[in-house]
Design a protein around this ligand. Structure first.
Ligand SMILES: C[S@@+](CC[C@H](N)C(=O)[O-])C[C@H]1O[C@@H](n2cnc3c(N)ncnc32)[C@H](O)[C@@H]1O
Length: 234
């Protein structure tokens, strides 16, 4: 029977496209192992560690590699980067988890911030602003940021390496460091404006003066986002 070629969903496809050719990759929280298997299958990389803290997800990754007849993957059952040493890889992907989990994983692997030594591809599902703030306060530098649309959501993907980041504006921390030329940035901002507008309406209706004052602060933020969004569609 002919083997069905692995296809990636858009979120994983963008990550795959951003992995440098020939990288020695660690995919942390690999789950089904789609990303390393796809990259190895196409000869884009020749070595990958597929790591997961869960036994079941790691077994899924083993099965994906077997089904796709791909070799060159090492499977590691470990928490974050704890089972991986600095000399084994030059590229680390941590995707599909909350921003706080990504922070915990990096906190336990100081070696990842060695200046310019590693390419880190981070794709938080939540708390992107907290992650950006933590990265810049903790010795990481943004080389780029991108957006991807997948199943009705727009996700940021951060490319960082160790180094000193010039101070970010509040808008960059909240809504992306280097996204102005991204074709999805206008939509990304529009979704945020819609979310904030609802929140502002609710808070303005509240009897609590503190909530109403917060609503006015949010309205200022919303106006700044609207200005930025207009620049994107020019
Ligand atoms: C939603 S899946 C994401 C899979 C894939 N990375 C993606 O982006 O589609 C999250 C995976 O991360 C794993 N995970 C969560 N916390 C982890 C940690 N501290 N270390 C390693 N893996 C972790 C989970 O077991 C799960 O398999």
């Amino acid at each position: 029977m002919e083997r069905k070629e692995l296809q990636l969903q858009p979120r994983l496809q963008l990550l795959a496209d951003l992995v440098p050719q020939g990288a020695r990759l660690a995919d942390i929280g690999t789950d089904h192992g789609y990303l390393p298997v796809w990259l190895l299958q196409r000869g884009r990389i020749s070595f990958a560690i597929a790591a997961d803290v869960g036994y079941e997800p790691l077994q899924h990754a083993v099965r994906t590699a077997q089904e796709q007849e791909v070799s060159g993957v090492e499977f590691r059952l470990c928490d974050g980067l704890r089972g991986i040493t600095a000399d084994e890889v030059d590229t680390v992907v941590i995707a599909g988890m909350g921003g706080e989990t990504i922070i915990h994983i990096l906190e336990a692997a100081e070696w990842t911030k060695m200046p310019g030594a590693y390419t880190l591809l981070l794709q938080p599902m939540t708390k992107a602003a907290e992650l950006r703030r933590w990265l810049t306060d903790n010795g990481y530098y943004f080389t780029a940021e991108r957006l991807v649309f997948d199943k009705d959501f727009i996700y940021p993907v951060m490319l960082v390496t160790g180094g000193e980041q010039p101070e970010l504006t509040e808008l960059q921390v909240r809504y992306g460091v280097d996204l102005d030329r991204d074709p999805l940035y206008g939509d990304y901002l529009q979704r945020e404006i819609a979310r904030l507008t609802k929140q502002i309406e609710g808070q303005r209706r509240a009897g609590d003066p503190e909530k109403r004052a917060q609503a006015e602060e949010l309205a200022k933020l919303c106006a700044a986002l609207e200005e930025k969004r207009k620049e994107c569609v020019k």
